[in-house]
Design a binder for this molecule. Sequence first.
Ligand SMILES: Cc1cc2nc3c(=O)[nH]c(=O)nc-3n(C[C@H](O)[C@H](O)[C@H](O)COP(=O)(O)O)c2cc1C
Length: 213
Amino acid sequence: MSQSKLPEIDYFDVLENRRSVFAFDSEKDLDDNLLQKIINKSVLAPSSYNLQPWRIFVVKSEEIKEKIYEEACSQQKVLDAPVLLVILGDKEGYYRKNPAWNVKKQLGKVNEEKINKIIKHNDNVTYNTSDKELAFAIRNSSLLAMSIMYTAKAFGVDTHPMIGFKPKKIREIFEIEGNIEINMLISVGYHDQTHKLKPREERLDYDQIVTEY
Ligand SMILES: Cc1cc2nc3c(=O)[nH]c(=O)nc-3n(C[C@H](O)[C@H](O)[C@H](O)COP(=O)(O)O)c2cc1C
């Protein structure tokens, strides 16, 4: 696949074939340009006010991966995948300091007065408790995480999301500030084909999960 071309792949194939891959080929690197492409497409995910209150650490360093491995239930995929993403959500992502506000302003969609009004409303109503701020960070960054996993698959790249880790310890490794929530880790790389994937577990379907009104 040339770098400028996007893969031609059926959406439903991506849905069917994305799996949480346990065994990654530790010999197979992930091309930097490809990773950038995956991220730059994934950010088309929706977010509240399009504020994109998410950040990502891209971990390639073996030394840092080792440290995370220790604090992530010794999950082998942390070490074997060439890249580990730390998906972060910003509980203060609606504050004025977020550069996404400037983009809106440049587009003429809001002026400073309108921005302040929205932020005040969020402070007083929408995100007026720490639980709500946390939900804001996790909701939005989870959509990005899902977008990354599907986009990676569309590019032929495998992933595995993880919340089996000690948040406090991961926070210490990166010296993460209090407003930033660690949402999940995602191993990114290529499935080691010598380890067969287990059959996919069935999903609950419409009749089991839907209540019609
Ligand atoms: C938020 C989240 C956290 C997860 N955490 C872990 C984890 O820590 N370790 C693990 O082995 N799998 C983890 N998984 C993977 C799930 O077990 C997996 O997605 C599920 O069994 C469905 O399998 P599939 O992704 O192959 O369809 C996690 C998945 C999600 C969405």
